[in-house]
Design a protein around this ligand. Structure first.
Ligand code: FAD
Length: 508
């Protein structure tokens, strides 16, 4: 059978596309996922369903190890081997993430428009952010109330002492209260919206797929690893895939890659779209020369800070250790909300932790292949802090984070974070090298198949996700963001898939 649409990857984007495109009963949709499928809430393993395991390890119990690709990446020369988790299961990384449900800010979309993506104004994005959500707390012009993803915030009465102290300490430094972090003008400290009603990780699989699985025009194939896109000259015609070591071929009029910011560029390159010279050296037959594939890797570098807790931490079963967040604009920065700090109370080892993130980095990295073997992970090079402005803002943020914790309003931890002391903190060179050694990721990898004008040599797709130079092939996932939005990326990827579903339906 030749499907109308074949979607590779059922993550934050792929599940949305499958649900929206199959609304038209005359359209046949095939959704292929490398990981396993769980069709109902009851079938979902707890590891996916609940996310927060108080007794788990340093990753705060969020990562679902049994359903992860297990990638490694290079953050800096001093930190060459960080973990890069990505969900390998129905729902993709939305099934394994930390559920912060936060939107990009208007300035992010102004930049996208300036790059020639004129249908991506903030107003347009807002329409689809609203369509995708049911906000349980706030009903106003900026929020949706009947979308598939359920979002809510922790009430003041639910906050741990650590979250409360963090909130009060941030206020004492002059930061505003941010009641609605998803309001376009929001900045300051407040409760982060989470897509985990009743402590359930409300993935795109639960929100978009579970209720529509019986549609006759929708086929879902799980545990199926796509290793090549098939072409007839420059027209995509389907994919080659592997199920339990057996090769299968699927054909379609339209192929959509939603394999994420690591695997989508990998699949393009494995299939001959990328830097021709480089691909030939690896023995891959080139189809179209597009050196921008895999470049422009964007993310939010994160400095993890950890203190011994001064008081006993006890969390309820599956209670999120994350509740409150601070966003602010660095001194002398033109990028609003370029810093993000989140506090966590971790009961497993009785620590107070903070993630300090640079949410608008200037430096960018790359995804490249080291081999033509589809089963070898691509080379992930974040190239963090290649720009002094990034390092300066991160130094300031780490110092501020330490001051917030040592203020008289924060009584839950004392002294310096683990591995830190006054000699490191007070000296720029020492702190630079500490940051470069300790940095990891906030898990918002994006930008590796950048959206932009056809004549922009740095773009890979046009603003509707069509891959340049070939026909019937789109990409819709985190990889097509021109730059990572100043927010955690799940809500934005879902919004983008909602918008491009409508673009496709209206013939774009
Ligand atoms: C540990 C962690 C915590 C995070 N926390 C947050 C958070 O709190 N808030 C937030 O907003 N964002 C968070 N994120 C980021 C967010 O979840 C991702 O940006 C988003 O899910 C990416 O969506 P995507 O559709 O681009 O890719 P994914 O959701 O990763 O989907 C890609 C899908 O494609 C499948 N696939 C890949 N290659 C193939 C292949 N060859 N054949 C078949 N299938 C394939 C994968 O298995 C996967 O299901 C987190 C991510 C992680 C990993």
């Amino acid at each position: 059978m030749t499907y109308d649409y074949l979607i590779v990857g059922s993550g934050s984007a792929g599940a949305v596309l499958a649900a929206r495109l199959s609304e038209d009963t005359a359209t046949s949709v095939l959704l292929i996922e490398a990981g396993p499928d769980f069709a109902t809430l009851e079938e979902l393993p707890d590891e996916i369903k609940y996310a927060w395991f108080p007794n788990s390890d340093g990753n705060l119990g969020v990562k679902a190890n049994s359903y992860d690709w297990g990638f490694k990446g290079k953050a800096t020369n001093e930190s060459p081997n960080i973990e890069v988790p990505r969900g390998k299961v129905i729902g993709g990384s939305s099934s394994t993430n930390a559920q912060g449900f936060i939107r990009g800010i208007p300035e992010d979309f102004n930049e996208w428009v300036e790059l020639g993506n004129n249908t991506w104004s903030f107003d347009n994005a807002l329409k689809y952010y609203k369509k995708s959500e049911s906000d349980l707390d706030i009903q106003d012009d900026f929020h949706g109330s009947d979308g598939p993803i359920i979002a809510r915030r922790f009430k003041k009465s639910e906050l741990t002492n650590i979250s409360l102290d963090f909130y009060n300490s941030c206020k004492s430094f002059g930061f505003d209260d941010s009641y609605d972090i998803n309001h376009p003008d929001s900045t300051g400290v407040g409760a982060l919206p989470f897509n985990n009603p009743d402590r359930i990780r409300w993935s795109t699989s639960i929100g978009y797929l579970n209720d529509i699985r019986d549609r006759e025009n929708l086929t879902i194939i799980s545990n199926c690893f796509v290793n090549k896109i098939l072409f007839d000259h420059l027209t995509a015609t389907g994919v080659k895939a592997d199920i339990l070591g057996k090769e299968h071929t699927y054909t379609a009029l339209n192929v959509i890659l939603s394999a994420g910011a690591i695997c989508s560029p990998q699949l393009l390159m494995l299939s001959g779209i990328g830097n021709t010279n480089y691909l030939q050296k690896l023995g891959i037959e080139p189809i179209y020369d597009l050196p921008s594939v895999g470049q422009n890797l964007r993310d939010h570098p994160r400095i993890p800070l950890m203190w011994e807790s001064a008081n006993q931490i006890s969390l309820k079963k599956h209670q999120s250790p994350l509740q409150v967040v601070l966003r602010y604009t660095s001194v002398n920065s033109n990028f609003r909300n370029d810093i993000y700090m989140i506090i966590a109370a971790v009961s497993a080892d009785q620590t107070v932790r903070m993630g300090v993130g640079l949410y608008k980095a200037k430096s960018s990295g790359s995804i490249t292949l080291s081999t033509s073997d589809p089963y070898t992970q691509p080379v992930i090079d974040y190239n963090y802090f290649n720009d002094d402005f990034d390092l300066r803002r991160m130094r300031d943020a780490v110092r501020l984070a330490c001051n917030i914790i040592s203020s008289k309003y924060f009584s839950e931890a004392e002294n310096y974070p683990k591995g830190m002391n006054e000699i490191i903190l007070s000296d720029d060179n020492n702190l630079n090298s500490w940051i470069r050694t300790n940095v990891d990721t906030f898990h918002h990898i994006s930008g590796t198949c950048k959206m932009g004008l056809i004549n922009d040599p740095t773009s890979v797709v046009d603003q509707f996700g069509n891959v340049k130079g070939v026909k019937n092939l789109r990409i819709v996932d985190a990889s097509i963001m021109p730059d990572c939005v100043r927010a955690n990326t799940n809500a934005t990827v879902i919004m983008m898939a909602e918008k491009i579903s409508d673009d496709i339906k209206s013939g774009n």
